[in-house]
Design a protein around this ligand. Structure first.
Ligand code: NDP
Length: 482
Protein backbone atom coordinates (compact mmCIF):
# COMPACT_ATOMS: atom_id res chain seq x y z
CA UNK A 1 0.00 0.00 0.00
CA UNK A 2 1.29 3.46 -0.92
CA UNK A 3 2.00 6.02 1.79
CA UNK A 4 2.16 9.33 -0.06
CA UNK A 5 3.33 12.57 1.49
CA UNK A 6 3.24 16.11 0.24
CA UNK A 7 6.23 17.63 -1.52
CA UNK A 8 6.84 21.10 -0.12
CA UNK A 9 9.90 23.30 -0.54
CA UNK A 10 11.84 20.36 -1.95
CA UNK A 11 11.09 17.94 0.94
CA UNK A 12 8.58 15.13 1.42
CA UNK A 13 6.46 16.34 4.27
CA UNK A 14 3.94 14.97 6.78
CA UNK A 15 0.75 16.94 7.35
CA UNK A 16 -2.29 17.43 9.49
CA UNK A 17 -3.89 14.10 8.73
CA UNK A 18 -4.12 11.17 6.30
CA UNK A 19 -6.90 10.04 3.98
CA UNK A 20 -7.43 6.64 2.41
CA UNK A 21 -7.62 6.24 -1.36
CA UNK A 22 -10.25 3.60 -2.15
CA UNK A 23 -10.59 1.66 -5.40
CA UNK A 24 -14.07 2.40 -6.86
CA UNK A 25 -14.03 -0.99 -8.63
CA UNK A 26 -13.60 -2.80 -5.30
CA UNK A 27 -14.14 -0.81 -2.13
CA UNK A 28 -12.25 -3.40 -0.06
CA UNK A 29 -9.06 -2.44 -1.93
CA UNK A 30 -7.22 0.48 -0.31
CA UNK A 31 -4.85 1.97 -2.89
CA UNK A 32 -2.93 3.99 -0.33
CA UNK A 33 -2.87 6.59 2.44
CA UNK A 34 -2.12 10.20 1.59
CA UNK A 35 -1.14 13.14 3.74
CA UNK A 36 -3.41 16.16 4.02
CA UNK A 37 -1.64 19.52 4.03
CA UNK A 38 -1.80 22.17 6.72
CA UNK A 39 -2.47 25.79 5.67
CA UNK A 40 1.14 26.55 6.68
CA UNK A 41 2.30 24.12 3.96
CA UNK A 42 0.76 26.41 1.36
CA UNK A 43 2.66 29.34 2.80
CA UNK A 44 5.95 27.39 2.83
CA UNK A 45 5.40 26.03 -0.68
CA UNK A 46 4.70 29.44 -2.19
CA UNK A 47 7.63 31.05 -0.34
CA UNK A 48 10.06 28.37 -1.56
CA UNK A 49 8.61 28.53 -5.06
CA UNK A 50 9.30 32.27 -5.32
CA UNK A 51 13.05 31.82 -4.86
CA UNK A 52 13.21 28.67 -6.98
CA UNK A 53 11.36 30.33 -9.83
CA UNK A 54 14.03 32.99 -10.28
CA UNK A 55 16.70 30.29 -10.44
CA UNK A 56 14.66 28.22 -12.89
CA UNK A 57 13.97 31.15 -15.19
CA UNK A 58 17.71 31.87 -15.27
CA UNK A 59 18.64 28.21 -15.84
CA UNK A 60 18.20 28.57 -19.58
CA UNK A 61 16.05 27.00 -22.23
CA UNK A 62 17.97 23.77 -22.70
CA UNK A 63 18.01 22.95 -19.00
CA UNK A 64 14.24 23.41 -18.84
CA UNK A 65 13.67 21.44 -22.02
CA UNK A 66 15.83 18.56 -20.76
CA UNK A 67 13.89 18.29 -17.49
CA UNK A 68 10.52 18.27 -19.25
CA UNK A 69 11.72 15.74 -21.79
CA UNK A 70 12.94 13.41 -19.03
CA UNK A 71 9.59 13.65 -17.18
CA UNK A 72 7.68 12.94 -20.39
CA UNK A 73 9.82 9.98 -21.38
CA UNK A 74 9.52 8.41 -17.95
CA UNK A 75 5.73 8.79 -17.99
CA UNK A 76 5.54 7.15 -21.41
CA UNK A 77 7.93 4.34 -20.45
CA UNK A 78 5.94 3.63 -17.27
CA UNK A 79 2.48 4.15 -18.77
CA UNK A 80 1.40 0.54 -18.09
CA UNK A 81 2.39 0.61 -14.42
CA UNK A 82 1.10 4.13 -13.73
CA UNK A 83 -1.97 3.57 -15.90
CA UNK A 84 -2.88 0.63 -13.70
CA UNK A 85 -2.51 2.80 -10.60
CA UNK A 86 -4.67 5.50 -12.20
CA UNK A 87 -7.39 3.03 -13.23
CA UNK A 88 -7.30 1.46 -9.79
CA UNK A 89 -8.01 4.73 -8.01
CA UNK A 90 -10.25 6.46 -10.58
CA UNK A 91 -12.12 3.55 -12.16
CA UNK A 92 -11.54 4.15 -15.88
CA UNK A 93 -10.70 0.99 -17.81
CA UNK A 94 -7.07 -0.10 -17.98
CA UNK A 95 -6.60 0.88 -21.66
CA UNK A 96 -8.03 4.32 -20.79
CA UNK A 97 -5.71 4.63 -17.78
CA UNK A 98 -2.62 3.58 -19.74
CA UNK A 99 -3.59 5.91 -22.58
CA UNK A 100 -4.01 8.80 -20.19
CA UNK A 101 -0.55 8.36 -18.66
CA UNK A 102 1.02 8.07 -22.10
CA UNK A 103 -0.75 11.24 -23.19
CA UNK A 104 0.47 12.99 -20.02
CA UNK A 105 3.99 12.09 -21.13
CA UNK A 106 3.32 13.61 -24.53
CA UNK A 107 2.34 16.90 -22.91
CA UNK A 108 5.76 17.05 -21.27
CA UNK A 109 7.75 16.12 -24.40
CA UNK A 110 5.70 18.56 -26.48
CA UNK A 111 6.31 21.41 -24.04
CA UNK A 112 10.00 20.45 -23.78
CA UNK A 113 10.23 21.57 -27.39
CA UNK A 114 7.97 24.60 -26.83
CA UNK A 115 10.39 25.77 -24.12
CA UNK A 116 12.96 26.27 -26.88
CA UNK A 117 10.50 28.17 -28.98
CA UNK A 118 9.67 31.05 -26.69
CA UNK A 119 10.12 33.55 -29.48
CA UNK A 120 9.61 37.26 -29.13
CA UNK A 121 9.13 39.89 -31.81
CA UNK A 122 10.68 43.14 -32.84
CA UNK A 123 8.99 46.21 -34.25
CA UNK A 124 9.96 49.48 -35.79
CA UNK A 125 9.32 52.39 -33.45
CA UNK A 126 7.37 55.48 -34.44
CA UNK A 127 10.42 57.35 -33.13
CA UNK A 128 13.56 57.30 -35.25
CA UNK A 129 16.59 55.64 -33.68
CA UNK A 130 14.46 53.51 -31.36
CA UNK A 131 14.04 49.71 -31.54
CA UNK A 132 11.08 47.95 -29.95
CA UNK A 133 11.17 44.39 -28.60
CA UNK A 134 8.32 42.35 -27.22
CA UNK A 135 9.36 39.37 -25.09
CA UNK A 136 7.49 36.81 -23.06
CA UNK A 137 8.45 36.36 -19.42
CA UNK A 138 7.28 33.84 -16.83
CA UNK A 139 4.46 34.89 -14.49
CA UNK A 140 6.23 33.70 -11.33
CA UNK A 141 4.48 31.22 -9.03
CA UNK A 142 1.50 29.49 -10.63
CA UNK A 143 -1.16 27.67 -8.58
CA UNK A 144 -2.71 24.64 -10.26
CA UNK A 145 -5.96 23.10 -8.99
CA UNK A 146 -7.05 19.98 -10.88
CA UNK A 147 -9.97 17.50 -10.95
CA UNK A 148 -10.14 13.72 -10.52
CA UNK A 149 -11.51 12.62 -13.90
CA UNK A 150 -8.22 13.02 -15.79
CA UNK A 151 -6.00 13.13 -12.72
CA UNK A 152 -2.67 12.93 -14.52
CA UNK A 153 -3.42 14.34 -17.98
CA UNK A 154 -5.16 17.54 -16.85
CA UNK A 155 -2.44 18.26 -14.34
CA UNK A 156 0.25 17.57 -16.96
CA UNK A 157 -1.23 19.88 -19.56
CA UNK A 158 -0.97 22.65 -16.94
CA UNK A 159 2.30 21.73 -15.18
CA UNK A 160 4.30 21.15 -18.38
CA UNK A 161 3.74 24.60 -19.93
CA UNK A 162 4.06 26.28 -16.53
CA UNK A 163 7.56 24.84 -16.09
CA UNK A 164 8.49 25.13 -19.78
CA UNK A 165 8.00 28.89 -19.72
CA UNK A 166 9.96 29.38 -16.50
CA UNK A 167 7.34 29.39 -13.73
CA UNK A 168 7.28 27.63 -10.37
CA UNK A 169 4.26 25.47 -9.49
CA UNK A 170 2.17 24.75 -6.41
CA UNK A 171 -0.27 21.94 -7.27
CA UNK A 172 -3.45 20.99 -5.39
CA UNK A 173 -4.86 17.83 -6.99
CA UNK A 174 -8.34 16.38 -6.42
CA UNK A 175 -8.66 14.54 -3.11
CA UNK A 176 -10.19 11.46 -4.63
CA UNK A 177 -7.20 10.66 -6.89
CA UNK A 178 -4.09 11.35 -4.80
CA UNK A 179 -2.05 8.35 -6.00
CA UNK A 180 -1.72 9.66 -9.56
CA UNK A 181 -0.72 13.07 -8.22
CA UNK A 182 1.85 11.60 -5.89
CA UNK A 183 3.30 9.37 -8.67
CA UNK A 184 3.73 12.33 -11.04
CA UNK A 185 5.31 14.39 -8.26
CA UNK A 186 7.71 11.56 -7.43
CA UNK A 187 8.98 11.67 -11.02
CA UNK A 188 9.30 15.47 -11.02
CA UNK A 189 11.05 15.42 -7.60
CA UNK A 190 13.95 13.41 -9.06
CA UNK A 191 14.76 15.94 -11.77
CA UNK A 192 17.50 18.55 -11.76
CA UNK A 193 15.28 21.41 -10.63
CA UNK A 194 15.78 24.11 -7.98
CA UNK A 195 14.55 23.14 -4.52
CA UNK A 196 10.98 24.36 -4.12
CA UNK A 197 10.28 24.81 -7.83
CA UNK A 198 7.54 22.19 -7.81
CA UNK A 199 5.23 21.58 -4.85
CA UNK A 200 2.44 19.08 -4.20
CA UNK A 201 -0.14 20.03 -1.56
CA UNK A 202 -2.81 17.36 -1.18
CA UNK A 203 -5.73 18.40 0.99
CA UNK A 204 -9.40 19.27 0.82
CA UNK A 205 -10.54 21.83 -1.73
CA UNK A 206 -12.59 23.87 0.69
CA UNK A 207 -9.62 24.44 3.03
CA UNK A 208 -6.29 23.84 1.29
CA UNK A 209 -7.57 24.63 -2.21
CA UNK A 210 -9.13 27.85 -0.99
CA UNK A 211 -6.00 28.78 0.95
CA UNK A 212 -3.93 28.34 -2.21
CA UNK A 213 -6.35 30.34 -4.36
CA UNK A 214 -6.31 33.14 -1.79
CA UNK A 215 -2.52 33.25 -1.41
CA UNK A 216 -1.17 36.74 -1.95
CA UNK A 217 2.04 35.65 -3.69
CA UNK A 218 0.74 33.56 -6.58
CA UNK A 219 0.73 35.34 -9.94
CA UNK A 220 -1.35 32.86 -11.92
CA UNK A 221 -4.09 30.33 -11.16
CA UNK A 222 -5.16 27.56 -13.52
CA UNK A 223 -8.20 25.55 -12.45
CA UNK A 224 -10.21 22.71 -13.95
CA UNK A 225 -13.34 21.57 -12.16
CA UNK A 226 -16.92 22.53 -11.56
CA UNK A 227 -18.45 25.91 -12.34
CA UNK A 228 -19.43 26.67 -8.75
CA UNK A 229 -15.92 26.17 -7.44
CA UNK A 230 -14.54 28.00 -10.48
CA UNK A 231 -16.60 31.11 -9.82
CA UNK A 232 -15.55 31.17 -6.15
CA UNK A 233 -11.91 30.92 -7.20
CA UNK A 234 -12.41 33.65 -9.80
CA UNK A 235 -13.69 36.03 -7.13
CA UNK A 236 -10.62 35.38 -4.98
CA UNK A 237 -8.27 35.84 -7.92
CA UNK A 238 -10.00 38.99 -9.18
CA UNK A 239 -9.70 40.63 -5.78
CA UNK A 240 -5.92 40.42 -6.09
CA UNK A 241 -5.64 40.76 -9.92
CA UNK A 242 -4.20 37.25 -10.28
CA UNK A 243 -4.10 35.98 -13.85
CA UNK A 244 -6.78 33.34 -14.22
CA UNK A 245 -7.62 30.35 -16.40
CA UNK A 246 -10.72 28.24 -15.71
CA UNK A 247 -11.98 25.07 -17.44
CA UNK A 248 -15.38 24.07 -16.10
CA UNK A 249 -18.61 22.32 -16.97
CA UNK A 250 -20.13 21.28 -20.27
CA UNK A 251 -23.21 19.72 -21.87
CA UNK A 252 -21.80 18.59 -25.20
CA UNK A 253 -24.20 17.87 -28.09
CA UNK A 254 -23.60 15.27 -30.78
CA UNK A 255 -25.85 15.81 -33.83
CA UNK A 256 -26.66 12.87 -36.10
CA UNK A 257 -28.06 13.87 -39.52
CA UNK A 258 -30.04 11.59 -41.87
CA UNK A 259 -27.11 11.27 -44.30
CA UNK A 260 -24.69 10.02 -41.66
CA UNK A 261 -23.07 6.59 -41.68
CA UNK A 262 -25.36 5.26 -38.95
CA UNK A 263 -23.09 2.48 -37.69
CA UNK A 264 -20.20 4.88 -37.35
CA UNK A 265 -22.44 7.48 -35.70
CA UNK A 266 -23.61 4.91 -33.15
CA UNK A 267 -20.00 3.98 -32.34
CA UNK A 268 -19.10 7.65 -31.92
CA UNK A 269 -22.15 8.33 -29.75
CA UNK A 270 -21.49 5.36 -27.46
CA UNK A 271 -17.81 6.16 -27.21
CA UNK A 272 -18.55 9.84 -26.54
CA UNK A 273 -21.29 9.19 -23.99
CA UNK A 274 -19.84 6.28 -22.02
CA UNK A 275 -16.05 6.46 -22.43
CA UNK A 276 -14.47 7.15 -19.05
CA UNK A 277 -17.85 6.15 -17.53
CA UNK A 278 -19.29 9.39 -18.92
CA UNK A 279 -17.09 11.36 -16.53
CA UNK A 280 -15.46 13.52 -19.18
CA UNK A 281 -15.90 17.23 -19.67
CA UNK A 282 -16.11 16.34 -23.38
CA UNK A 283 -18.78 13.60 -22.96
CA UNK A 284 -21.70 13.45 -25.42
CA UNK A 285 -24.51 13.97 -22.96
CA UNK A 286 -27.05 15.06 -25.60
CA UNK A 287 -27.65 13.13 -28.84
CA UNK A 288 -29.60 15.33 -31.24
CA UNK A 289 -31.03 13.02 -33.89
CA UNK A 290 -32.54 14.02 -37.26
CA UNK A 291 -36.05 12.53 -37.39
CA UNK A 292 -35.75 10.59 -40.69
CA UNK A 293 -33.14 8.27 -39.17
CA UNK A 294 -34.26 8.57 -35.54
CA UNK A 295 -35.72 5.10 -35.15
CA UNK A 296 -32.95 3.29 -37.00
CA UNK A 297 -30.28 5.15 -35.00
CA UNK A 298 -32.02 4.58 -31.67
CA UNK A 299 -32.42 0.85 -32.29
CA UNK A 300 -28.69 0.41 -32.91
CA UNK A 301 -27.75 2.79 -30.11
CA UNK A 302 -29.78 0.89 -27.52
CA UNK A 303 -28.38 -2.44 -28.68
CA UNK A 304 -24.81 -1.18 -28.39
CA UNK A 305 -25.24 0.68 -25.10
CA UNK A 306 -27.11 -2.24 -23.54
CA UNK A 307 -24.33 -4.66 -24.54
CA UNK A 308 -21.47 -2.68 -22.98
CA UNK A 309 -19.56 -4.81 -20.49
CA UNK A 310 -19.47 -2.96 -17.16
CA UNK A 311 -17.02 -4.18 -14.54
CA UNK A 312 -13.78 -3.94 -12.59
CA UNK A 313 -11.59 -1.37 -14.34
CA UNK A 314 -8.56 -3.67 -14.40
CA UNK A 315 -10.34 -6.72 -15.87
CA UNK A 316 -9.67 -7.56 -19.51
CA UNK A 317 -12.65 -6.98 -21.80
CA UNK A 318 -14.41 -4.48 -19.52
CA UNK A 319 -15.71 -1.58 -21.60
CA UNK A 320 -16.96 0.70 -18.82
CA UNK A 321 -15.55 0.92 -15.31
CA UNK A 322 -17.35 2.05 -12.15
CA UNK A 323 -18.40 5.57 -11.26
CA UNK A 324 -15.69 7.30 -9.22
CA UNK A 325 -17.40 7.34 -5.79
CA UNK A 326 -20.52 6.44 -3.84
CA UNK A 327 -21.54 10.13 -3.81
CA UNK A 328 -21.19 10.42 -7.59
CA UNK A 329 -23.19 7.20 -8.09
CA UNK A 330 -25.96 8.47 -5.84
CA UNK A 331 -26.05 11.80 -7.72
CA UNK A 332 -26.22 9.91 -11.03
CA UNK A 333 -29.14 7.78 -9.86
CA UNK A 334 -30.90 10.95 -8.73
CA UNK A 335 -30.52 12.31 -12.28
CA UNK A 336 -32.08 9.12 -13.66
CA UNK A 337 -35.07 9.61 -11.36
CA UNK A 338 -35.24 13.27 -12.34
CA UNK A 339 -35.19 12.42 -16.07
CA UNK A 340 -38.12 10.05 -15.64
CA UNK A 341 -40.04 12.62 -13.61
CA UNK A 342 -39.41 15.23 -16.33
CA UNK A 343 -41.06 12.93 -18.90
CA UNK A 344 -38.06 11.47 -20.72
CA UNK A 345 -38.27 7.76 -21.51
CA UNK A 346 -35.55 5.65 -19.90
CA UNK A 347 -34.88 3.12 -22.67
CA UNK A 348 -31.91 1.24 -21.22
CA UNK A 349 -29.70 1.17 -18.11
CA UNK A 350 -29.74 3.75 -15.34
CA UNK A 351 -29.69 1.32 -12.45
CA UNK A 352 -26.94 0.52 -9.93
CA UNK A 353 -25.34 -2.85 -10.65
CA UNK A 354 -24.45 -5.51 -8.12
CA UNK A 355 -21.37 -7.21 -9.54
CA UNK A 356 -18.81 -9.73 -8.26
CA UNK A 357 -16.66 -6.92 -6.80
CA UNK A 358 -18.26 -4.43 -4.44
CA UNK A 359 -17.89 -1.17 -6.39
CA UNK A 360 -19.83 1.85 -7.62
CA UNK A 361 -21.28 0.28 -10.75
CA UNK A 362 -24.09 1.57 -12.90
CA UNK A 363 -25.59 0.46 -16.21
CA UNK A 364 -25.06 3.05 -19.00
CA UNK A 365 -28.33 4.94 -19.42
CA UNK A 366 -30.06 6.23 -22.55
CA UNK A 367 -33.10 8.48 -22.34
CA UNK A 368 -35.35 8.98 -25.38
CA UNK A 369 -37.81 11.72 -26.34
CA UNK A 370 -35.86 14.34 -24.46
CA UNK A 371 -36.72 18.01 -24.63
CA UNK A 372 -34.05 20.64 -24.50
CA UNK A 373 -35.27 22.47 -21.41
CA UNK A 374 -35.41 19.38 -19.22
CA UNK A 375 -32.86 19.68 -16.43
CA UNK A 376 -31.18 16.47 -17.62
CA UNK A 377 -30.44 18.32 -20.87
CA UNK A 378 -29.27 21.52 -19.23
CA UNK A 379 -27.16 20.46 -16.24
CA UNK A 380 -23.84 18.70 -16.35
CA UNK A 381 -24.34 15.24 -14.85
CA UNK A 382 -20.80 13.89 -15.29
CA UNK A 383 -22.39 10.45 -15.54
CA UNK A 384 -22.86 7.55 -18.00
CA UNK A 385 -26.22 9.03 -18.98
CA UNK A 386 -27.15 10.43 -22.37
CA UNK A 387 -30.40 11.70 -23.82
CA UNK A 388 -31.75 11.56 -27.38
CA UNK A 389 -33.47 14.75 -28.52
CA UNK A 390 -35.20 14.58 -31.93
CA UNK A 391 -34.73 17.42 -34.44
CA UNK A 392 -36.72 18.19 -37.62
CA UNK A 393 -33.86 19.68 -39.62
CA UNK A 394 -30.34 21.08 -39.40
CA UNK A 395 -31.48 24.49 -38.21
CA UNK A 396 -33.37 22.97 -35.31
CA UNK A 397 -30.40 20.70 -34.54
CA UNK A 398 -28.11 23.73 -34.40
CA UNK A 399 -30.55 25.61 -32.17
CA UNK A 400 -30.78 22.64 -29.78
CA UNK A 401 -27.01 22.09 -29.81
CA UNK A 402 -26.48 25.69 -28.67
CA UNK A 403 -29.34 25.70 -26.17
CA UNK A 404 -27.39 25.38 -22.89
CA UNK A 405 -25.22 27.79 -20.90
CA UNK A 406 -22.14 25.76 -21.84
CA UNK A 407 -19.94 25.50 -24.94
CA UNK A 408 -16.98 23.13 -24.70
CA UNK A 409 -17.25 20.59 -27.54
CA UNK A 410 -19.94 19.85 -30.15
CA UNK A 411 -20.06 17.14 -32.81
CA UNK A 412 -21.95 16.34 -35.98
CA UNK A 413 -22.23 13.13 -38.02
CA UNK A 414 -23.03 13.84 -41.67
CA UNK A 415 -21.66 13.06 -45.12
CA UNK A 416 -22.53 16.56 -46.31
CA UNK A 417 -19.69 19.07 -46.34
CA UNK A 418 -22.26 21.87 -46.54
CA UNK A 419 -24.11 20.69 -43.42
CA UNK A 420 -20.88 20.11 -41.51
CA UNK A 421 -19.62 23.55 -42.46
CA UNK A 422 -22.84 25.28 -41.47
CA UNK A 423 -22.78 23.47 -38.11
CA UNK A 424 -19.10 24.29 -37.54
CA UNK A 425 -19.74 27.99 -38.11
CA UNK A 426 -22.94 28.17 -36.07
CA UNK A 427 -21.77 26.11 -33.10
CA UNK A 428 -21.29 28.14 -29.92
CA UNK A 429 -18.50 25.93 -28.59
CA UNK A 430 -14.73 25.95 -28.30
CA UNK A 431 -14.15 22.67 -30.19
CA UNK A 432 -16.18 21.20 -33.08
CA UNK A 433 -15.89 17.57 -34.20
CA UNK A 434 -17.06 16.43 -37.64
CA UNK A 435 -17.68 12.68 -37.90
CA UNK A 436 -15.72 12.28 -34.69
CA UNK A 437 -16.77 11.82 -31.07
CA UNK A 438 -17.16 14.93 -28.90
CA UNK A 439 -14.49 13.45 -26.64
CA UNK A 440 -10.92 12.98 -27.83
CA UNK A 441 -8.60 15.86 -28.60
CA UNK A 442 -4.98 16.35 -29.68
CA UNK A 443 -2.29 17.82 -27.45
CA UNK A 444 -0.59 20.28 -29.82
CA UNK A 445 -3.59 22.54 -30.57
CA UNK A 446 -5.75 24.78 -28.35
CA UNK A 447 -8.33 23.22 -26.04
CA UNK A 448 -11.10 25.05 -24.25
CA UNK A 449 -14.64 26.28 -24.42
CA UNK A 450 -16.81 29.38 -24.51
CA UNK A 451 -19.53 30.79 -22.26
CA UNK A 452 -19.88 28.94 -18.91
CA UNK A 453 -17.37 26.26 -19.90
CA UNK A 454 -14.17 28.25 -19.86
CA UNK A 455 -12.66 31.54 -18.82
CA UNK A 456 -9.31 33.00 -19.75
CA UNK A 457 -6.70 31.99 -22.32
CA UNK A 458 -6.87 28.57 -24.00
CA UNK A 459 -4.95 25.57 -22.71
CA UNK A 460 -2.61 23.24 -24.61
CA UNK A 461 -0.62 23.63 -27.79
CA UNK A 462 1.09 26.90 -28.60
CA UNK A 463 -1.83 28.78 -26.99
CA UNK A 464 -0.59 27.78 -23.54
CA UNK A 465 2.07 30.46 -23.83
CA UNK A 466 -0.68 33.09 -23.51
CA UNK A 467 -1.53 32.08 -19.98
CA UNK A 468 1.84 31.02 -18.61
CA UNK A 469 3.76 34.10 -19.72
CA UNK A 470 3.33 37.85 -19.69
CA UNK A 471 4.53 40.27 -22.34
CA UNK A 472 7.22 42.87 -21.79
CA UNK A 473 7.70 45.64 -24.36
CA UNK A 474 11.15 47.23 -24.38
CA UNK A 475 12.10 50.47 -26.16
CA UNK A 476 15.81 50.82 -26.90
CA UNK A 477 17.56 53.95 -28.06
CA UNK A 478 21.11 52.90 -28.86
CA UNK A 479 22.43 56.36 -29.68
CA UNK A 480 25.20 57.10 -32.22
CA UNK A 481 28.11 54.67 -32.49
CA UNK A 482 31.53 56.26 -31.84
P1 NDP B 1 -14.60 20.30 -8.28
O1 NDP B 1 -14.84 21.66 -8.77
O2 NDP B 1 -15.35 19.81 -7.13
O3 NDP B 1 -13.04 20.15 -7.86
C1 NDP B 1 -12.01 20.51 -8.72
C2 NDP B 1 -10.79 20.82 -7.86
O4 NDP B 1 -11.06 21.98 -7.07
C3 NDP B 1 -10.41 19.72 -6.88
O5 NDP B 1 -9.01 19.68 -6.74
C4 NDP B 1 -11.07 20.19 -5.60
O6 NDP B 1 -10.51 19.66 -4.42
C5 NDP B 1 -10.83 21.68 -5.70
N1 NDP B 1 -11.74 22.49 -4.89
C6 NDP B 1 -12.97 22.18 -4.42
N2 NDP B 1 -13.49 23.22 -3.71
C7 NDP B 1 -12.55 24.21 -3.75
C8 NDP B 1 -12.49 25.54 -3.23
N3 NDP B 1 -13.50 26.07 -2.53
N4 NDP B 1 -11.39 26.28 -3.46
C9 NDP B 1 -10.37 25.78 -4.18
N5 NDP B 1 -10.35 24.52 -4.69
C10 NDP B 1 -11.44 23.76 -4.50
O7 NDP B 1 -14.69 19.35 -9.55
P2 NDP B 1 -14.43 17.77 -9.60
O8 NDP B 1 -13.06 17.43 -9.12
O9 NDP B 1 -15.59 17.13 -8.97
O10 NDP B 1 -14.38 17.53 -11.20
C11 NDP B 1 -15.52 17.40 -11.93
C12 NDP B 1 -15.86 18.69 -12.60
O11 NDP B 1 -14.76 19.18 -13.37
C13 NDP B 1 -16.99 18.57 -13.57
O12 NDP B 1 -17.93 19.55 -13.37
C14 NDP B 1 -16.32 18.73 -14.96
O13 NDP B 1 -17.07 19.30 -15.97
C15 NDP B 1 -15.17 19.58 -14.67
N6 NDP B 1 -14.12 19.32 -15.63
C16 NDP B 1 -13.92 20.20 -16.66
C17 NDP B 1 -12.96 19.98 -17.60
C18 NDP B 1 -12.70 20.98 -18.68
O14 NDP B 1 -11.61 20.96 -19.27
N7 NDP B 1 -13.61 21.88 -18.97
C19 NDP B 1 -12.11 18.78 -17.56
C20 NDP B 1 -12.40 17.92 -16.46
C21 NDP B 1 -13.37 18.20 -15.54
P3 NDP B 1 -11.18 18.38 -3.70
O15 NDP B 1 -11.03 17.26 -4.63
O16 NDP B 1 -10.38 18.24 -2.47
O17 NDP B 1 -12.61 18.74 -3.44
Amino acid sequence: MLNGRNFVAGEWRDGADWIEDINPSDVTDVVGRFVQARPSDIHDAVAAAQGAQREWAAAGLEARAAVLDAIGRELMARSKELGELLSREEGKTLPEGVGEVYRAGQFFTYFAAEALRNLGASADSVRTGVDVLTEREPLGVVAIISPWNFPIATASWKIAPALAFGNAVVWKPASITPASAWALTEIISRQAIPKGLFNLVMGSGSTIGRELAANADIQGLSFTGSGDVGSGIAALAAARFVKLQLEMGSKNPFVIMDDADIDRAVDLAVNGAFGGTGQKCTASSRLIVHRPIHDAFVEKLLAKAGALKVGHALEAGVQMGPVVSAEQLSANLDYVTLGISEGAELATGGEALDLAHRGHYMAPAVFLNGRSRMRINQEEMFAPITCVIPADDLDEAIFLANDTPYGLTAGIATRSLARATKFRHASRSGCVMVNLATAGTDYHVPFGGVRASSYGPREQGRSAVEFYTQVKTSYIHAGAAE
